[in-house]
Every structure is written in C-alpha cells, then in structure tokens.
Design a protein around this ligand. Structure first.
Ligand code: ATP
Ligand code: MN
Length: 160
C-alpha cells in the first residue's frame, strides 16, 4: 500500500515520534523511509556570517537525517536521508513529487512552535496542500506518571 514514506525532520521530539510511527508502518508495508531536513534559508537572514550559518544548518541536517536513517535500518527498514534548502513546506512538497512519496508522517509540533497551537505552521501547510495522505504524530509529554509509579514502589508482601 505504501512504498515510500517521507518523514520530514527538524530534530525535534515531535519529528522523532513521527519517525517511530513511520518505521513501524514501513516495516509492515516493506516500504522505504525517507528522512528530509530542510534548511530554512529565509529564517537565517542575509547578514555577515550567513554562509557559515547555512553550512552549520546543513551539517546539522545531515547528522539528523543520517541518525534517522540509521534508526530505520536498525529496525530492518530501508532508509535514505537528505537535506534540502528553501521554505520547509515547499521543499517537502517538492520532495513528495520528485520521489514519488505516497505517505508523509510528521510531528504535530517541531522545534520552534508553541504547544498551545493545534499544529505547527509547517505541518499545517503540508496537511492543507499535499496530494498524498499526511499522518500527524503528537509527541508524548515528557516525564509523566512513570516516575510516580516507581516512587510508589513494589510494595510486595505487605500485610493487608
Ligand atoms: P512553527 O510553526 O513555529 O515552526 P513548530 O516548530 O512547533 O512551530 P513545525 O515547524 O510545523 O512546528 O514542525 C512540525 C513538524 O514539521 C516537525 O515535527 C517536522 O516533522 C516538520 N518540520 C518542521 N520544520 C522542518 C524542517 N526545517 N525540515 C524538515 N521538517 C520540518
Ligand atoms: Mn518549526
């Protein structure tokens, strides 16, 4: 059903949660996971040092997408990683067209947004305009009840 699944990543926990979901789907469908990081050149500006800054974002993107591909391969899923430049939602949609992507899996939120918004702006634009299905994944909240449970401990053979 799905052969090529795109997971746009910005290195956030939201993108990481999306990757976990994408890897499970890809394993089911014997699909390839494509990890893509977009260097948002407009957000970098045009002052002195811009070239260095873009290069460091590219390096970060290469590290992030390579780590994502490695995570997929560790789960016996075929994977690729790439870095693009431009406006993130446009670069994502271009990649969908160019690579014949049939499903996009992405975080509801990313690095920069406020959690109170329903959806991050990149995800919102992709959901609204992509020609293929888009699965959005919300990252679990950090912490949670687990530590409380651990604190309660295993009471064992406590008399009743
Ligand atoms: P904001 O609208 O302020 O950016 P946000 O950062 O919380 O808010 P998004 O940027 O829409 O929300 O991030 C949601 C998802 O979009 C991320 O989890 C990731 O999957 C994807 N994404 C965001 N930015 C990029 C990027 N530069 N390259 C690739 N994927 C991205
Ligand atoms: Mn963002």
């Amino acid at each position: 059903m799905y052969e090529d699944i795109l997971v746009p990543t910005d290195g956030s926990t939201g993108a990481s949660a999306a990757l976990a979901e994408a890897i499970e789907l890809a394993a089911q469908f014997d699909a390839t996971v494509h990890s893509l990081y977009v260097v948002d050149v407009a957000s970098v500006g045009a002052e002195a040092g811009t070239v260095d800054l873009i290069e460091s974002f590219e390096q970060m993107g290469e590290d992030a997408t390579e780590a994502a591909a490695t995570r997929a391969r560790d789960a016996d899923v075929e994977a690729t990683g790439s870095v693009a430049t431009g406006s993130p939602h446009r670069a994502i949609l271009d990649y969908v067209d160019d690579q014949g992507i049939d499903l996009v899996v992405m975080g509801t939120h990313g690095r920069t947004g406020l959690e109170r918004y329903l959806l991050g702006s990149v995800t919102e634009k992709v959901v609204r305009t992509a020609d293929v299905p888009v699965l959005t994944v919300r990252a679990d909240e950090e912490g949670g009840a687990e530590s409380d449970e651990a604190a309660d401990g295993d009471a064992g053979d406590e008399p009743t």
